[in-house]
Write a protein that binds this ligand. Structure first.
Ligand code: CDP
Length: 269
């Protein structure tokens, strides 16, 4: 559980962070794809103690109809924190922060989607923070892009995301809650790894120009690592569904053999 009081240090005399990580070290990340049966696509992410579930439905008919866009699908992202996701009970009513983060996540994901192929439809992305321990918007983008891929929504790329911040004057990757609360700044970012386009860049706190450039470089590197984990998670999900396909292959082999035999019979005749 997060401490109630400010920690004595965020960077130790050995140069390690509050939780023992090196400045450029990410928290352990676990992705799982296809975790909800009713959704068209789903994924969860555990990033340190942050735990988030994403579910995708669509493209499907949009209700209420007045939200319809004639030239493209509406990407409707809803980011919510469970009341039990933080030590202080989070009020259940949607907060301004949750609405803003929903919008920021939608903007980070839109550039990789072919929304123009589905006019008047909606792609619903529901994000539920089960446990929040810093970096939830970035972790949510990581899980949501996997859930979109799992739903088969056409995409240019997955979108990896991470926050780089400043703790005791040192740039640190993937902030935990203490660094987020007591550090001097936070730069959440998301990229399209195939083109290095940036789809999310926010800044909280103050950074020099040089620090910001270095923070972005660290963030891009971390995002590329996260992208590899995302691809592995997708591969694992497909591999676990493979037995059915293998059966199909066997069936086709059998069919070929049968047809071959039939042909031979035909030739004999
Ligand atoms: O989660 P993220 O860093 O994207 O957003 P934030 O607004 O900078 O929040 C930082 C952290 O504050 C969250 O990850 C939570 O751990 C914590 N928080 C909280 O304890 N109670 C809230 N109502 C909202 C956030």
């Amino acid at each position: 559980m997060s401490p109630e009081v400010k920690p004595d240090f965020l960077i130790s005399t050995e140069g390690l962070r509050f939780d023992g990580r090196r400045p450029d070290e990410l928290r352990p990340i676990e992705f799982k794809v296809g975790v909800l049966q009713q959704a068209d696509g789903s994924a969860y992410i555990k990033q340190g103690k942050t735990f988030i579930m994403a579910a995708v439905y669509g493209p499907r008919e949009l209700h209420p109809r007045h939200l319809t866009l004639n030239d493209r699908a509406f990407l409707r992202v809803v980011y919510r924190m469970a009341t039990f996701s933080v030590p202080d009970r989070k009020r259940p009513a949607p907060s301004r922060r949750e609405r803003e983060i929903s919008m920021v996540i939608a903007n980070a994901l839109k550039p990789v989607l072919f929304l123009e192929d589905y006019p008047k439809a909606v792609v619903d992305v529901f994000i539920q923070v089960i446990q929040a321990d810093g970096g939830t918007r970035c972790a949510a983008i990581n899980a949501a892009s996997l859930a979109l891929a799992d739903a088969g929504v056409p995409m240019r790329s997955l979108v990896p995301s991470v926050a780089v911040g400043k703790a005791d004057g040192t740039l640190v990757v993937d902030l935990g809650d203490e660094e987020d609360k007591y550090g001097q700044g936070d730069v959440p970012m998301a990229i399209i790894p195939t083109t290095d386009e940036v789809t999310l860049l926010q800044q909280d706190g103050s950074f020099t120009r040089e620090e910001l450039v270095e923070a972005m470089q660290m963030g891009v590197q971390a995002c590329k690592y996260i992208h590899e984990l995302q691809k592995e998670a997708l591969r694992r999900a497909y591999a676990s569904r493979a037995p059915a396909e293998e059966e199909d292959d066997d069936y086709e082999d059998d069919l070929e053999t049968d047809l071959g035999e039939a042909d031979l019979v035909g030739e004999d005749e």
